[in-house]
Every structure is written in C-alpha cells, then in structure tokens.
Design a protein around this ligand. Structure first.
Ligand code: NAP
Length: 249
C-alpha cells in the first residue's frame, strides 16, 4: 500500500536507537524526509547514515541534544523550516525503583521527559499542521498505560498524564486533517530492555507471543498511523504487545 506521505517531513525524537530509530527508518522508507534526534552525537550520526543507505532518496537531518531542553525542541522544529508534517514523540524511559526513594527532582525529570516534552512539541507544531490541512502526531508511550508495571511508577504516572492530555486535544484537530495517536509497546528488543536487569525481571520475554517485538514492527505501525489512509483514526492507544494483554478491551 502506498501511504501517500512521500515528500512529507517528520521530526522523530530520541531516534538514534531502539523504537525511535525503528520509526525513523520506516518513515524514511516511505519517502518521508526525516529529522532525527538523540543526545549522543556519534550514535545519532551512525543511525543517520544507516537511514541514508536504506532510503537514499530522502533527506536525513540530525539534531543532537536532550529532548527535555527547549533549545533542542526548537532546533528540531527549525530543522523542518518550522513546518513538519509528522511528529513522533519519544524519550528515554524513566528508571525503575521504589516510589519511597523518589524525591521531587526525580518526579520532575520523569514528567519532563515522558510528558511535558511531548506536549511542548505538540504545542510548537500542531497549529501549523492544522493550517496546512495535514498532520500526524504519534507518541511512543508504553503498555504500562493499560497495565501499570509496579517498578515503573514514574513511567506509569507520566504516560497516563500524556495519554489523557492527548485524548482531550485530539478531537479539536480532527476536522483540520491532524491526528494524534499513541503507540503502546509491550516488550521490544531494544537496549532499554537488554540493559536494565530490574526491568527485564518484569518484562522478560513474552510467553504469549514466544518472542519480544522487533523495533521495525513498531516502526511500520507508526508509518501506517502517519499515512493518509489512517486519517480517520485519532486519540487512540494502540497496544503492540503480541497478545500479552489479557483483556478484550
Ligand atoms: P533505547 O533502546 O534505550 O533507545 C532510547 C533512544 O532515546 C536512544 O536513541 C537515546 O539516545 C535516546 N534518548 C534517551 N533519552 C533522550 C533524551 N532525553 N533526549 C533525546 N534523546 C534521548 O530505548 P527504547 O527501548 O527504544 O525505548 C524508547 C521509549 O519507549 C522509552 O521511553 C521506553 O521507556 C519506552 N518503552 C520501551 C519498551 C521496550 O520494550 N523497549 C516498552 C515500553 C516502553 P541517547 O542516549 O544518545 O540520547
């Protein structure tokens, strides 16, 4: 299927590795020019080169920096001449732990990364998308929105906040060609899952699917949500967990 988004421009946050990278790669393969972000310049440039190799016809721009900083968010929008058509919000996940150990600064950092950064980028972009009559926002959240994970209280709380914010906003943009949806990953094969023993303890594998997800699968779903064909879908939470969630809705 031709998603009819070739020639569009996408901002993809936290895209040098893992799920963000999967989204950038999938969009580039659909002919979308991508602006990608990550804090470590070397990794970001390596990913940019991989995308250029996979999709030689698109432009790939890198904006290194921390997405929790306003300067980075503004640089991303500027890199798309202030007119991105697609925004994929993503950031590193908050650390696991016991809420008794989290002080105010820990909470503020998590709210900044997993809620406010996304909302601020939405603020910087959606009105322009609406004026131009086309826009797609995809937020990478977590299956923890549906099934909170005890050791990931910072994630459970901040992503729930973003989810409800988006649900309140999405209808006001629907008639102007702009959709906002959330992708809820279950366990995916990325560094975050591999590196954190405490997270892995709770998310080890996926006994239902018999495997964890491939970031390319999440990327392909993201590309579909950004397609012209997905224009009637907004405010939704799409769970990608290989059937792990044990409820019908
Ligand atoms: P990952 O493999 O560790 O990749 C994270 C990416 O984000 C890297 O490119 C990293 O590059 C970048 N990044 C991290 N913090 C950033 C920041 N403040 N500003 C800009 N870039 C930043 O992680 P992932 O598994 O893809 O996870 C992505 C998101 O999905 C996280 O929020 C995670 O909690 C959530 N999630 C993941 C899973 C899973 O199974 N993998 C499941 C549910 C939810 P730098 O470090 O160089 O900045």
């Amino acid at each position: 299927m031709d998603f009819q988004i070739a020639g569009r421009t996408a901002l993809i946050c936290a895209a040098s590795k893992g799920l963000g990278r999967g989204c950038a790669m999938a969009l580039a393969r659909e002919g979308v020019n991508v602006v990608i972000n990550g804090r470590t310049e070397e990794t970001l440039e390596m990913t940019a080169n991989d995308i250029r190799e996979a999709a030689p016809s698109v432009s790939v721009t890198t904006v290194p920096g921390d997405i929790t900083e306003q300067a980075t968010r503004e640089a991303l929008v500027d890199a798309a001449q202030g007119k991105p058509d697609i925004l994929v919000n993503n950031a590193g996940g908050p650390p696991p732990g016991d809420f008794r150990d989290w002080d105010r600064d820990t909470w503020v950092a998590a709210v900044d990364a997993n809620m406010l950064s996304a909302i601020e980028l939405i603020r910087l972009t959606v009105d322009g998308m609406a004026e131009r009559g086309f826009g797609r926002v995809v937020n990478i959240t977590s299956s923890a929105v549906r099934v909170p994970i005890p050791v990931l209280g910072l994630s459970n709380a901040t992503r729930a906040g973003l989810t409800n914010f988006v649900f309140g906003l999405a209808p006001s943009l629907s008639s102007r060609g702009v959709t906002i949806n959330n992708l809820l990953p279950g366990p995916f094969d990325t560094d975050r899952l591999r590196k954190s023993k405490e997270i892995t303890k709770h998310l080890t594998g996926n006994p239902v699917a018999g495997r964890v997800g491939d970031p390319a699968e999440l990327g392909a779903t993201c590309a579909f949500l950004c397609s012209v064909q997905a224009g009637y879908m907004t405010g939704q939470n799409l769970l990608l967990d290989g059937g792990l969630y044990p409820g019908s809705f």
